[in-house]
Design a protein around this ligand. Structure first.
Ligand code: SF4
Ligand code: SF4
Length: 98
C-alpha cells in the first residue's frame, strides 16, 4: 500500500506575491446565481457583510448599498444568513436576472 505524504512533504501550491493581489481575480465571472437585495425588507443588520467570504457587500453610513458583482461568486451565504423576515436577499439564476 502506498504511503501517504505528510503535510510537510507536500509542495507549497501557491504564493501570494503582492498584498491585495486577490483584487485581480474577478470571481464573479463564473457565478451561476446572483444575490438580489430587497431594500424594503433589509434591516441593515450587516450580517451579510460579515459573512460574505469575498467582501462583496458594500456598506455606506451603516447601510447596505450594493453587492460588488465583480467578485460575488454566488455562493449564497449572504442569503442563507440574512435574518430579515422573509429574507432580504434572494439568489436568482444568472439566466433569470432580468
Ligand atoms: S443580512 Fe439581510 S437584513 Fe441584514 S443587512 Fe444583509 S440584507 Fe439586510
Ligand atoms: S453570494 Fe456569496 S459571494 Fe456573493 S455576496 Fe453573497 S456571500 Fe458574498
Amino acid at each position: 500500500m502506498k504511503k501517504l505524504k505528510s503535510a510537510r512533504e507536500i509542495p507549497i501550491g501557491t504564493a501570494i506575491e503582492d498584498a491585495g493581489c486577490s483584487r485581480e481575480y474577478h470571481t464573479g465571472s463564473w457565478r451561476n446565481f446572483r444575490p438580489i437585495h430587497d431594500k424594503e425588507k433589509c434591516v441593515n443588520c450587516l450580517t451579510c457583510w460579515i459573512y460574505c467570504p469575498d467582501g462583496c457587500v458594500q456598506v455606506k453610513d451603516g447601510k447596505v448599498v450594493e453587492f460588488d458583482l465583480k467578485y460575488c461568486k454566488g455562493c449564497g451565504i449572504c442569503a442563507e444568513e440574512c435574518p430579515a423576515k422573509g429574507k432580504a436577499i434572494t439568489m436568482v439564476p444568472e439566466e433569470k436576472k432580468e
